[in-house]
Design a protein around this ligand. Structure first.
Ligand SMILES: Nc1nc2c(ncn2[C@@H]2O[C@H](COP(=O)(O)OP(=O)(O)OP(=O)(O)O)[C@@H](O)[C@H]2O)c(=O)[nH]1
Ligand SMILES: [Mg+2]
Length: 256
């Protein structure tokens, strides 16, 4: 099946560049290009052992639209009827980034209280945590911090990118959306999360959002791999500036 993002049309997977944030007020990083060493490593296949895959966990109250968001992206469909997720479900989505195959394993969890203990067993090892609320039901925003706390408990400190997503944008007026976004951006800052408003019904911002998730997770996994490559050391400083140097100099990074 062909999929399209912007001007690119590809078979079976998405081709990505580093996508822009939704709002600069709550974004994880401002860079518009992948880090030079990551690009070089991908182009020269110096860090390409094995297929890269990142785990994404989607959490939030019941009925906020987690399954619909994932289905819009992975299957490009939308179902008006509510079917509660029982426990967990997952989708694998394929990408190609800087010529490298890359997969996202997207875990859809149940928001219903009675399934929480099943779902929480799958939080571990999440490179990305997506906390979801309903723009048309402000109470669900209040609960996102608890969902995040529960997910973070199962993961190493600072090991996951965090996103806060307001769904059902089509159900609220622009004025209500803007008001709610002000609160959501405040929450996102407190949660150290990047904020996005989307609609699974119309598809607004859904591809852009997941493209951003994939691009950031991919770059992070490449940086980790380079750090672990013998002869290389990497430091990630404030503002995600990466400095890297090689003991094998020209072999891997001729630009150094
Ligand atoms: N209008 C509109 N309705 C939506 C949107 N997203 C989801 N819905 C509807 O909201 C209801 C709940 O959506 P789900 O995706 O099943 O919610 P969920 O968060 O997965 O719920 P649980 O699995 O119980 O945790 C369904 O009836 C969807 O059709 C949206 O963007 N716009
Ligand atoms: Mg669901």
């Amino acid at each position: 099946m062909s999929k399209q993002i912007g001007p690119w049309v590809l078979r079976q997977c998405w081709t990505l560049t580093l996508k822009k944030w939704y709002t600069p007020e709550a974004c994880l990083q401002f860079k518009e290009h992948f880090h030079a060493q990551v690009r070089t490593a991908c182009q020269q296949s110096t860090a390409t052992a094995g297929l890269k895959i990142s785990k994404v966990v989607v959490v939030g109250d019941l009925y906020v639209g987690k399954t619909s968001l994932i289905n819009r992206f992975c299957k490009d469909n939308f179902d008006r009827d509510y079917k509660a997720t029982i426990g967990v479900d997952f989708e694998i989505e394929r990408f190609e980034i800087i010529g490298m195959p890359y997969n996202l394993q997207i875990w859809d969890t149940a928001g219903q209280e009675k399934f929480k203990c099943i779902a929480s067993a799958y939080y571990r090892g999440a490179e990305v945590i997506i906390t979801v609320f309903d723009l048309a039901d402000i109470q669900t925003l209040d609960h996102t911090k608890q969902w995040l706390e529960d997910a973070l408990k199962e993961n190493e400190p600072d090991s996951s990118f965090i996103f806060l997503v307001g769904t059902k944008k089509d159900l609220v007026s622009d004025a209500v959306c803007e008001r709610t976004e002000l609160d959501a951006i405040r929450f996102a800052k407190e949660m150290q999360a990047e904020y996005w408003s989307v609609s699974a019904k119309t598809g607004e911002n859904v591809k852009e959002f997941f493209s951003r998730v994939a691009a950031l997770a991919f770059e992070q996994s490449m940086i980790k791999e380079l750090e672990n490559t013998p002869g290389h050391r990497a430091q990630i400083g404030a503002g995600n500036l990466i400095s890297m140097w090689s003991f094998a100099f020209c072999v891997h990074f001729p630009c150094l």
